[in-house]
Design a protein around this ligand. Structure first.
Ligand code: UDP
Ligand code: MN
Length: 363
């Protein structure tokens, strides 16, 4: 650097040093907190609020069917088997599609006996609408609000659903009843009812294929002679456990063995980090879904759109004269659409094949 004077050399090296410190800090905070033996050293500002806990099952229509109770009498037919509670962890977040997902998933879970649904909302307030929906399904549930810390929200790619899964894991550590099994079920996935028979018998850690993942359209353990010998997943990237979040279940007994284990805020490496943190070993994995030959869970994704902004005369929204006002208020409360008296898509009423404007007049 012949043209650089001493001061700017020092300024630059200080800058370089600071840059490296920053990189080190980021790497440290995103990996250091899930090593099995390490203590939690990270100072991220996580806030968790348990909005509602319901331990009462009000479902009355459950019939003992082979689909929900299993067909393999050796393993799944006993009362002992059904006494294991499935703790189903669903991270969710406010957006236009949220309640559609909750209805679809909730009505799947309604069919599953002895299941406790942990719905952890990525937001800083308790949404009363969410409680209303969860109450209607009738199964026991816990509603948590656990927003992603701002630091991670600005990252690209963003670690989606981590703060809420961590909050749910903590809740299970404090409230989970044994025998129990925890499972991460995202709000947009599709779950075959047969999945629940498989995961309920998890002794330590079980694994199974997930459909619609990556370039192979599947992510699956490869099994030989009843043992997992590797993984079929198109994105390895040095992951020890190249599996999807929906591709494994962990018993509460196993989870308890590593009280500091958790999920890292590291996009793409959440599963790997969590499974490393619980100290999993290859020979321990229990293959499910007919030795990993069947798909019992699908990584479906819902198309995401912005909520509609409807330009409409406020009198239509405030009045209960017609159904329109109450309907628009319902949609507003579910985050599906908003109304505005001066901007947005023009509202109209269709009548006798004609459209009449509602931006300046009432229904
Ligand atoms: N999620 C969240 N906060 C976000 C984005 C996503 O809690 O800001 C949840 C989402 O509801 C889902 C999970 O995290 O249950 C995974 O997110 P998504 O389905 O968008 O990602 P995918 O795995 O399908 O790419
Ligand atoms: Mn998803």
């Amino acid at each position: 650097m012949p043209h650089m004077n001493l001061m700017s050399y020092f300024r630059n090296s200080a800058g370089v040093l600071m840059f490296f410190c920053l990189i080190l800090y980021v790497v440290w905070t995103s990996t250091g907190d899930y090593e099995r033996s390490s203590v939690a050293t990270v100072t991220i500002n996580e806030s968790t609020f348990v909005c509602k806990e319901n331990f009462i099952d009000t479902r009355t229509f459950l019939v003992k069917s082979p689909i929900t109770h299993g067909t393999d009498t050796n393993e799944t037919g006993s009362d002992n088997f059904m006494s294991t509670t499935i703790y189903f962890i669903t991270p969710t977040y406010p957006r236009r599609e949220q309640f559609a997902e909750i209805v679809r998933l909730g009505q799947t879970l309604m069919n599953v006996p002895n299941l406790h649904w942990i719905v952890a909302d990525d937001t800083d307030s308790c949404n009363p609408q969410l409680d209303e929906f969860l109450n209607r399904f009738g199964m026991p549930y816990t509603h948590i609000s656990s927003p992603m810390p701002d630091f991670y929200r600005s990252q690209k790619p963003m670690p989606r659903g981590v703060a809420n899964r961590r909050a749910a894991i903590n809740w299970i550590r404090q409230n989970g009843k044994k025998p129990g099994v925890m499972y991460f079920g995202d709000d947009d996935n599709t779950f075959d009812l047969r999945l629940f028979n498989e995961i309920r018998s998890t002794k330590g850690v079980s694994m199974f294929p997930v459909g619609l993942i990556g370039l192979y359209s599947v992510s699956a353990p490869i099994v030989r002679h009843g043992k997992v010998i590797g993984f079929f997943d198109s994105w390895v990237s040095q992951r020890l456990w190249p599996v999807d979040m929906a591709g494994f279940a962990v018993s509460l007994e196993y989870l308890e063995k590593s009280p500091n284990s958790t999920m890292p805020y590291k996009a793409g490496f959440e599963e790997d980090g969590f499974l490393r943190s619980i100290g999993l070993r290859m020979h321990e994995i229990e293959p499910k879904a007919k030795n990993c030959t069947e798909i019992l869970v699908w990584h479906t994704q819902t198309k995401k759109e912005k909520p509609a902004l409807i330009h409409i005369d406020d009198r239509n929204v405030e009045s209960a004269d017609s159904s329109l006002g109450p309907l628009l208020k319902t949609l507003e409360s579910l985050g599906v659409s908003h109304t505005n008296p001066s901007s947005g898509v023009k509202a109209q009423i269709a009548k006798n094949s004609k459209a009449k404007d509602l931006t300046n007049r009432t229904v």
